[in-house]
Design a protein around this ligand. Sequence first.
Ligand SMILES: NC(=O)c1ccc[n+]([C@@H]2O[C@H](COP(=O)([O-])OP(=O)(O)OC[C@H]3O[C@@H](n4cnc5c(N)ncnc54)[C@H](O)[C@@H]3O)[C@@H](O)[C@H]2O)c1
Ligand SMILES: N[C@@H](CCC=O)C(=O)O
Length: 549
Amino acid sequence: MANAQLASFKIPVVDNEPMRAYAMESGDRKNLQAAVAKMESQLPFDIPCIIDGQEVRTGNTLPQVLPHDHKRNLANAHSATPELLAKAIESSVKAQKAWEDMPWADKAAIFLKAADLIAGKYRFELMAATMLGQGKNAWQAEIDAAAEMADFFRFGVKYVEELFQIQPPRNTPGTWNRTEYRPLEGFVLAVTPFNFTAIGGNLVFAPAIMGNVCIWKPSPAAVYANFLTHKIMLEAGLPPSVIQFTPGNPPEIVKQCIDHRDFAGLHFTGSTHIFKKLWKDIAQNLDIYKGYPRIVGETGGKNFHLYHPSADVKSGVMQAIRAGFEYQGQKCSALSRCYVPKSKWTEFERILKEEVKKITVGPPTEWQHFVGPVIGRPAFEKITGMITKGKEAGGEIITGGTWDDSKGFYVQPTVILTKDPKSVTMTEEIFGPVITVYVYDDAEEGAWEKTCQLIDTTTEYALTGAVFSADRTELIKASNYLRNSAGNFYLNDKCTGAVVGQQPFGGARASGTNDKSGSMSIFYRFASARSIKENFGSVEDFAYPSNSV
Ligand SMILES: NC(=O)c1ccc[n+]([C@@H]2O[C@H](COP(=O)([O-])OP(=O)(O)OC[C@H]3O[C@@H](n4cnc5c(N)ncnc54)[C@H](O)[C@@H]3O)[C@@H](O)[C@H]2O)c1
Ligand SMILES: N[C@@H](CCC=O)C(=O)O
């Protein structure tokens, strides 16, 4: 393709997608209700693989169940066979050159258009798929499938535009130095989680906007929303072989990709143990690859709230409830361990119990519920098993602690009070609506520092954390002590709710490579820079003045 580039284009100014409220009787609520009702009347959806833009049905399907009504399937997704996946990889690698050569402004336009389709024409459909398939209530679906995904695409385009502008600062006379941000040579495998429709979209978008081609292995538990996202990108003009949509058996699909010579990068979000396993598998294969694959992964957390005696107790409790129980605690950033001073515990506990009592739990299609179902049977068993283990370890259940899977996978918002700050529910990721509280003795000498040290050394994770205090000096101390305990650190705000363009997201230690989705740095990971030096002059003599005698 010959590409004329006759101007240095500027992308339109981007901003966060405005959040809609879905208040009673509002037009937005009616539209969303209609989209949910329509989707419910049509399920189960038959989800093909999409290879080179063509729908392919293999006949071997995996179900996506409705978390609030597990006898029904939202969708049945056709699994890619080894032959089909091999074809998908081959076509994507073949398509790489044309995609790489497409002018930047055209790539940008495709994803800006996709963002508009997400926030406009398909907003309610994507939200309905996220509500039914992943068990989100309307507000959580709005945060995720509408706002965050549009933000990822729009801000991503802006960040790449800015990245491309980063050029060598010096040119010696008669030369011009340039940096070109090439895509990786080969394909990127995106392995995406169930809990955010937006993360699925972003894990393929980030490499693709840099000129890479991708194989998308969606989570079986989010496959319908991911399928819609892929269709939207195609409608926006994405060339058909740039992203191949290949659902199927996770270990098999992933292994075939990782065992391929053209494998050039992994973009993963999910649990820590799976990420570590994939990293080791890639390391084992190092000799078969053309280069060193880029490995980008964001994984689990064991996120904390630390309260100082000077903190506003009521506000702190409200923040804890939102952080711990919104979307059933199934955000990687969800609050899981809470450190409360003894002098404030009676008040904190009273408000916490009163407020949690007000929470109703039920299907996302009934609007009043703050808490919905957890994603599926394995999650339900893990969460309820952890509550049992927490009790066995001496924890006292102060709210919730009950569950019901007769129709949907429901776990009551649970608070465990522990005397052992290193007990099982203080250390292991639960990924459900469970908060464990440890009450520290703030009358003790150095209690604040000791509690910070305890937080820092309790788990292998370092994803998110929050400190609440009215005293600036104590905030500063905590911020210094906890510097490495969280990649996203909040002062007097809850530990969830990172917004693209505002709080770049990611954690270190076992929580991931901390490449910060929603910022410029993630895009750099999918580039292999080329330094170009051009000389405007000519050389008349090979010898240097220092050679003269
Ligand atoms: N740090 C972050 O930004 C972030 C964001 C969202 C979720 N998460 C984490 O993700 C986890 C929850 O998501 P999940 O349940 O989808 O995670 P998961 O690890 O079960 O699945 C993630 C992806 O890996 C695939 N997978 C599962 N087993 C595999 C295997 N053996 N081989 C290859 N691929 C495999 C899944 O199909 C899915 O596509 C939590 O641990 C959460 O903290 C982290
Ligand atoms: N953006 C999310 C993180 C995604 C994790 O699942 C938050 O901070 O709530």
